[in-house]
Design a protein around this ligand. Sequence first.
Ligand SMILES: [Zn+2]
Length: 51
Amino acid sequence: MKVARYYSSNPSDPDVYHDHDDCPTGKQIPWYNKQSGDNGYRHCKDCEELD
Ligand SMILES: [Zn+2]
């Protein structure tokens, strides 16, 4: 389902933001790396397909 924008603060992760909680990439972000907002990043490709 669609959620508020979030992204990973881990520098080794791709510079994208997510807006689906069932995104396979977004689901792998641990809670301590999960930040709210988009940080000026591009939209995640997997999330785009879920739209
Ligand atoms: Zn995503």
